[in-house]
Design a protein around this ligand. Structure first.
Ligand SMILES: *[C@@H]1O[C@H](CO)[C@@H](O)[C@H](O)[C@H]1NC(C)=O
Ligand SMILES: *[C@@H]1O[C@H](CO)[C@@H](O)[C@H](O)[C@H]1NC(C)=O
Ligand SMILES: *[C@@H]1O[C@H](CO)[C@@H](O)[C@H](O)[C@H]1NC(C)=O
Length: 659
């Protein structure tokens, strides 16, 4: 069976690109012939795949890994589009995207691939790239430390990629990704647009899609407290509140300083206080500590920072989420799989690489929000945000946009109505769009929108490309041209009676043609019909009603785990002690309880990701380090039975319960 499938894959590769196949030697080493479980997926659903490590620079052995997925059945909607998908971190592999989010597969417990019904490859060729060097299956001797290097390297990758797939060079190109990719993507977009001005070979960059992006770190961090309060995670009566508010004030001072310094400058300049995010990011750590519930069962003691409707063990607090990650790692470490993926160098795959996270500090890179005004003059940008994420939460993005000056105006127009997004007959989110910027709140979704809402997330591409129906007739989305074509333009012209019968015949003929064409269209694209409708009429109501809906939050990949070898071995240290040991420069030293903990001692929350598997009993509460009892057994609580959203603080006083 496997052999036959491989043969089929070869045949379809040959038939899909006959012209390439002729001169197509460079493609063959990258073709993916098989994967465990592929034979159980409907042949129509199995994408045509290419995968491998491409050399960027021989001198420092830099190779970028990519995995490309194409629909074998090209229809208009997925023709001539290439979307590059990037996960964040920094240092987290885009295999998260390929195997848990927008990609065609999920990995089941048997370490087999299964099909994702919401796969984006039905709408666009998808290319998942591990970058920068050192991330996932990409490798290098020289890890980037700033974002201009990241974008330069990606341009080099594009050049190499188009040498392998020259027919893609004329495609519409989209950049999509999540979390810290909110830094990568604008930088890369700017590099592409610059390239287009200087080079004869233009890349048709058509739009950017950023999910729960980490775009303006200090500004976004300043909204952790308001968001947590609004989400019901943190109340004014929390005993840690005064300490938290003190840090909040310090953070707000930094943000004000940034506003004052950057408000006027047209050519963005680098300010130290802008790139140092330690203070503001530290607030999230305080909130986590303030909302720990050591009386809960082990799996429920901490907020999951990527989805506030979930709780997690300490000190992971979301770092080991989603649970699919463990199967993913086992799958990608299988020798057979690495062979299937044509790896020249078989690195042991880790979701997030600690060295990359530590090295890419971007201390000489202005936050990507400052690139937005120029970018928005040239391309549409969509920011989509799962409403349950804490780390890169909706309020942070809204607040950032409120202050952003683009297209001759600051923020969205005050009278711009939010628009309700209906997908598959259900309310899927709220949209605001103006002057090439679209901000979407996606209901019931976490930090990883395509993980929770595969089908809805794919429709984001429809919104970006204008493939939707608008009820009110007024398009909220940047790509208005596509909409205009869909709108009926009834003609009121009275028809001259003498020509009526001829016209009737023409109409009959046209109707037949349209019917035929329609049937064909239905046939060829029924699986990926646009099912999004955008409604301006009831928008206000819906927007209002979201306020009272239950909210969930999650952190950015900013705080995502770094499963370095070291952490897997030293699983007994607490995550805070790790962070603190790092400050002292001893990665392996014994843990010494700190006298006091304040955000300026803490590393940026990045380091907090250096989480060992949750097995620790240390909780840091205010000035004390409290060791919880080990025999605190897990009372069997029903997993997934509605997370307790009432953080209590019994460690401290036992009196205060949030409501
Ligand atoms: C939006 O982008 C288009 C190019 O896609 C550009 O022509 C237009 O000027 C931009 N609009 C604004 C308000 O900058
Ligand atoms: C939406 O509802 C209509 C009418 O109830 C139904 O015909 C249609 O199939 C539904 N569409 C989807 C995508 O569920
Ligand atoms: C969100 O989730 C809740 C609970 O799971 C459900 O009742 C509600 O219908 C969902 N809303 C949307 C818009 O999917």
């Amino acid at each position: 069976m496997k052999i036959r499938l491989s043969f089929l894959a070869l045949v379809s590769a040959a038939t899909a690109f006959p012209s390439l196949q002729r001169r197509g030697e460079p493609l063959l080493p990258y073709l993916v012939h098989d994967l465990p479980g592929l034979d159980k997926i409907l042949p129509d659903d199995v994408p045509l795949m290419y995968s491998g490590q491409v050399e960027l620079y021989a001198e420092n052995k830099t190779h970028y890994y990519f995995w490309k997925h194409l629909d074998k059945h090209k229809v208009d909607r997925n023709h001539n589009r290439t979307t590059f998908w990037l996960n964040g971190g920094p240092g987290c592999s885009s295999m998260d995207g390929a195997l848990m989010e927008s990609g065609p597969f999920r990995i089941n417990d048997n370490l087999h691939v299964t099909y994702n019904q919401g796969s984006w490859h039905r709408l666009s060729d998808m290319v998942y790239v591990d970058q920068p060097g050192g991330t996932g299956f990409s490798y290098t001797d020289n890890i980037d430390h700033d974002l201009d290097q990241v974008s330069l390297d990606f341009m080099r990758f594009l050049q190499k990629y188009f040498e392998i797939f020259p027919q893609d060079r004329a495609n519409d190109i989209y950049l999509a990704g999540e979390s810290y990719a909110g830094q990568y993507i604008p930088y890369i977009a700017e590099a592409i647009l610059r390239h287009n001005q200087e080079d004869l070979v233009v890349y048709n960059l058509k739009g950017l899609l950023i999910g729960n992006g980490w775009i303006s770190p200090n500004e976004q961090s300043a909204l952790y407290v308001p968001f947590s309060v609004k989400a019901g995670l943190l109340s004014a009566t929390n005993p840690h509140m005064s300490a938290i508010l003190k840090e909040q004030e310090r953070c707000q001072e930094i943000v004000s300083k940034i506003d004052a310094a950057t408000g006027a400058d047209t050519v963005p300049q680098l300010h130290d206080f802008e790139t140092d995010t330690t203070t503001c990011e530290g607030i999230l750590t305080l909130i986590i500590n303030a909302t720990l519930d050591p009386t809960a069962s082990k799996s429920q003691q901490c907020i999951n920072v990527y989805d506030y409707t979930l709780r997690d063990e300490t000190p992971a607090c979301g770092m080991m989420w989603p649970p699919d990650v463990s199967a993913l790692a086992l799958f990608l470490r299988e020798d057979e799989v690495m062979d299937n993926l044509n790896l020249k160098q078989k690195n042991r795959w880790t979701e997030c690489d600690a060295r990359v996270g530590r090295t890419l500090k971007a201390r000489n890179s202005i936050p990507s929000i400052r690139l937005f005004p120029r970018l928005l003059e040239q391309i549409p940008i969509m920011l989509f945000n799962g409403e349950h994420d804490i780390i890169c939460n909706t309020m942070g993005v809204d607040s950032m946009v409120l202050k952003l000056k683009w297209g001759g105006q600051t923020g969205f127009s005050e009278n711009l109505p939010p628009v309700e997004w209906i997908h598959a007959n259900k309310s899927a989110g709220i949209i605001k769009s103006e002057r090439n910027l679209t901000v979407i709140t996606v209901y019931n979704a976490s930090h990883m929108v395509p993980f929770d809402k595969p089908d809805v997330s794919r429709a984001l591409l429809d919104l970006m490309t204008g493939d939707y129906d608008a009820i009110s007739g007024m398009s909220p989305i940047a790509a208005t041209h596509a909409l205009d074509m869909r709108e009926e333009k009834p003609s009121d012209d009275p028809v001259d009676s003498s020509t009526t019968s001829r016209i009737t015949r023409i109409i009959q003929f046209a109707v037949l043609l349209i019917l035929f064409w329609g049937l064909y269209g239905l046939y060829s694209s029924y699986r990926s019909r646009p099912s999004s409708i955008i409604k301006t009429s009831s928008a206000q109501n819906s927007a209002g009603s979201t306020g009272s809906r239950k909210k969930n939050v999650q952190w950015a990949e900013q705080l995502r785990r770094f499963q370095s070898e070291e952490q897997l071995i030293h699983t007994n240290t607490s995550f805070l002690s790790k962070a603190i040991n790092k400050i002292k420069g001893e990665n392996r030293g014994n843990y010494t309880p700190p006298r006091s903990f304040s955000p300026e001692n803490a590393r940026p929350s990045l380091e907090l990701q250096d989480l060992p598997r949750a097995s620790t009993d240390h909780y840091l509460i205010d000035d004390e380090f409290i060791i919880a009892s080990d025999d605190e057994s897990d009372h069997e609580t029903t997993p997934n039975a509605g997370p307790s959203l009432s953080p209590a603080d019994p460690l401290v006083s036992g009196n205060h319960k949030e409501t």
